[in-house]
Ligand binder design. Structure first.
Ligand SMILES: Cc1cc2nc3c(=O)[nH]c(=O)nc-3n(C[C@H](O)[C@H](O)[C@H](O)COP(=O)(O)OP(=O)(O)OC[C@H]3O[C@@H](n4cnc5c(N)ncnc54)[C@H](O)[C@@H]3O)c2cc1C
Length: 381
């Protein structure tokens, strides 16, 4: 087995404390959250106090000034137990990362310490009913009136949608300018004109409050603009590698989990006087899936290494997202088969892993868009 070489003792110690927190504060409640369609708000400040939110923010903004490997540890440990409710990665790896990278000093001081503490929850509002992959075609408008923007429009499938206190909202500030007419504006959820819509019913990720959001002539001061007017597309592009790498990390960890559960189960379940693990079909299939998982794990770890050196390209991150999420969907399907009828029962983690995997080929950029990104570079010359 090829061992991993990315983590130091400090990361390992952090992993132990993250694992303890998850076992105590997430695992026992997740089923209840799935029934409720949302996690308890109290989880967030507890997670902040335990260091699970925004660890890589500078210390002056409430983080530890830690490297990206701390974020990787959190993503892996959450994936290890198959928890899909807590939207920590969107909050830390995207919303806080955007504010830290592009925000004014005043915005950073105001939002980031609260986000690291978990007293403020972040959401990212890009997708609309009429535009997802084709982001430049969003319709939400922000019209400048004096010292304010007046925002009208709607978003859909927004993670943390019911719980969020602040939204990094993609708006059209100049509809005639295409991708260059799109801006990010920080919108507080207590503003007049903001309304949360349905907490959407999904086939998986049932404890995650993925929602519709509505904005009706909502006014914010121009100081809520994140970065430059018209700069949203460029900002989103510059952070996509990290977002897609984070998804690949989660996907490959889930593949490793599913294999572990499958090996454990097939070693004890008997049929025709032998264990399921004794059938050659089981052994060969699991060996093949293990080899594929191992190859992709090595690739993902290399991408993490490059990302730590700021050398990971958006194209390679897109390839990692595509490969790992597609393996995840194939692998959970094939592993579930070894559980027979139990594999179809939600009390078995493999059943949950099966329904939770599907979204990975859609959210954060679909598999087709990932292929398009890779192909565009290959055919550019
Ligand atoms: C559970 C969940 C959580 C989400 N969380 C968030 C969030 O927090 N914030 C947010 O902003 N969004 C979020 N999303 C939205 C997600 O990012 C979009 O659903 C995704 O980007 C796809 O956009 P779409 O749904 O509009 O599909 P469409 O863009 O309409 O695509 C439909 C189909 O057409 C294909 N297609 C589109 N363009 C091309 C092309 N050029 N070439 C070939 N095929 C193409 C797509 O691959 C797809 O198969 C979430 C979605 C889900 C399901």
């Amino acid at each position: 087995m090829i061992s991993r070489s990315l983590f130091s003792l400090e990361h390992d110690q952090f992993r132990d404390s993250v694992r303890r927190f998850i076992e105590k504060e997430i695992v026992p409640h997740h089923e209840r959250w799935e029934d409720a369609g949302i996690v308890d708000r109290e989880l967030w400040p507890k997670a902040g106090a335990a260091g699970l939110l925004c660890p890589n923010l500078p210390e002056e903004y409430g983080g530890y000034g830690a490297d990206f490997l701390f974020n990787v540890v959190i993503i892996e440990e959450i994936a290890r137990v198959g928890a899909t409710g807590p939207g920590f990665s969107i909050h830390s790896d995207m919303v806080a990362t955007y504010i830290n990278a592009f925000g004014s000093e005043q915005q950073k001081k105001h939002w980031l310490p609260r986000m690291a503490a978990g007293t403020v929850i972040g959401a990212l509002g890009l997708t609309e009913p009429s535009a997802g992959s084709d982001l430049k075609n969003i319709r939400t408008r922000a019209v400048r009136e004096g010292d304010e923007y007046v925002i009208s429009g709607q978003k859909v499938y927004i993670s943390n949608g019911q719980l969020c206190d602040v939204i990094v909202l993609a708006c059209k500030t100049d509809p005639a300018a295409g991708a260059k007419g799109m801006s990010f504006i920080l919108v507080e959820a207590d503003r007049k004109g903001f309304r949360r819509g349905r907490n959407l019913k999904k086939i998986g990720w049932k404890a995650q409050d993925t929602s519709e959001l509505f904005f009706d002539e909502l006014r914010v001061p121009v100081s809520n603009l994140l970065g430059k007017e018209g700069g949203a597309f460029g900002m989103a592009m510059s952070k996509l590698a990290e977002e897609r790498l984070s998804i690949a990390v989660s996907a490959i960890t889930l593949c490793e989990n599913a294999l572990r559960w499958t090996i454990d189960y097939t070693k004890q379940r008997k049929a025709f006087g032998q264990t399921i693990a004794d059938f050659q079909n089981t052994r060969f299939k699991v060996a093949e899936l293990h080899a594929e998982t191992l190859a992709k794990r090595v690739f993902v770890d290399r991408c993490i290494e490059l990302h730590l050196r700021k050398q990971l390209s958006a194209v390679d991150a897109a390839a990692a997202k595509m490969l790992c999420t597609e393996l995840q969907c194939k692998l959970v399907d094939e592993c579930l088969q070894f559980f027979g009828g139990y594999g179809y029962m939600l009390e078995y983690p493999i059943a949950r892993a099966y329904i939770d995997a599907r979204v990975r080929r859609i959210a954060g950029g679909t598999s087709e868009i990932m292929r398009d990104i890779v192909a565009r570079e290959l055919f550019a010359k």
